[in-house]
Design a protein around this ligand. Structure first.
Ligand code: PEP
Ligand code: MN
Length: 334
């Protein structure tokens, strides 16, 4: 349920109303927008006399929210959320490009790629160290040894970093990581999501291979319910009957998620297509569809990459992509 307050409601009145609602066992989410203040009520709202609430002088209207996701719901928070990720970078403000290799492979590799993507306009560096691979015989990432290399690249370039967590026991290793990625395979690892709700580090939550948008938003809700509202949604392609591409980029997810939720939405055309030459057109389409940014895999030597070489762009291809994407973004946001 949400209670929309009248523009003139005083801080004192708002405080008293929140205390009254909390006394009735509800959790109250206060959202102060440009024009309206909205109280999002979570819990057993049957204890509330809606007519009484609606009759209060400072209350404009009261509405029930039918969707099961509350905190992630745009009705709760009509303005777009902006997630500050460090280094003065904010996702949801302008268009942010996350780029870097699928996996961190060596100090030279991550540093060289970091410098080149930064020079082409990437604002955040990616690099996996704990890798979810379909085969147990494939390279599993550098694991804990990769994190100091990523942190060193952060130090040398000043770029915030994002890397994937696969096991909650590794959380202490992520202390200086700017954005923690929850990969597609862990989107419904609810125990992991609950732990990430208890910290403040921004979380980039990737859509599962076979998950609906509502399921993605319910997973975001798990993180937000714990108190961490710094959630970024990521569309990375879903399983369909098509086999030409690695996955099928569900581009309509972008406007739908932005309509249903206030959280920023990022598109990953690399994992969505699995084919390097498709990354640029899909990236442009994502910018045109209203995404808040992109996540792109870039490698300095794609044919010899230890993971996902076929979908990785060279630094030159990445530079050409960012140029085109910026132009599309400008036209789409005029
Ligand atoms: C990744 O970003 O490296 C990755 C494994 O992505 P996904 O979870 O989308 O497959
Ligand atoms: Mn990858």
């Amino acid at each position: 349920m949400i209670a929309v307050l009248k523009p003139g409601a005083s801080q004192e009145q708002i405080k008293n109303l929140i205390a009254w609602l909390e006394d009735r066992g509800l959790k109250v989410n206060l959202s102060e927008g440009e024009f309206y203040t909205i109280l999002g009520l979570i819990g057993d709202v049957s204890k509330i006399d809606t007519e009484l609430l609606e009759g209060l002088e400072m209350v404009d209207s009261v509405k029930r929210i039918s969707e099961p996701f509350k905190r992630a719901n745009r009705k709760f928070h009509p303005d777009n959320s902006i997630v500050e990720v460090g280094g003065g970078i904010a996702i949801g403000s302008g268009f942010q490009i996350i780029a870097g290799p699928c996996s961190v492979e060596s100090p030279e590799q991550i540093l060289e790629i970091a410098k080149s993507v930064k020079a082409s306009g990437a604002t955040i560096l990616r690099g996996g160290t704990f890798k979810p691979r379909t085969s147990p015989y494939d390279f599993q990432g550098m694991q804990a040894d990769g994190l100091p290399l990523l942190l060193e690249a952060k130090k040398q370039t000043g770029m915030p970093i994002i890397t994937e967590i696969m096991n909650v026991v590794h959380l202490p290793l992520f202390e200086n990581v700017d954005i923690i990625q929850v990969g597609a395979r862990n989107m419904q690892n609810f125990e992991l999501l609950k732990e990430l709700g208890m910290i403040k580090t921004p979380v980039l939550l990737k859509r599962g291979l076979a998950n609906t948008l509502q399921e993605l938003l319910m997973s975001a809700e798990y993180i937000m319910a714990g108190g961490n509202s710094n959630v970024i949604l990521c569309e990375r392609g879903i399983r369909t009957f098509e086999t030409y591409t690695r996955n099928t980029l569900d581009l309509s997810a972008v406007p739908v998620l932005r309509e249903l939720s206030h959280l920023p939405v990022i598109v990953d055309p690399s994992h969505a297509s699995g084919i390097a030459r498709l990354v640029e057109p899909m990236a442009m389409a994502a910018a045109a569809a209203g995404a808040n940014g992109l996540m792109i895999e870039v490698h300095n030597d794609p044919p010899n990459a230890l993971c996902d070489g076929a979908q990785s762009l060279t630094p030159e291809q990445f530079a050409a992509l960012t140029e085109k994407v910026r132009r599309v973004y400008e036209v789409a946001n005029k």
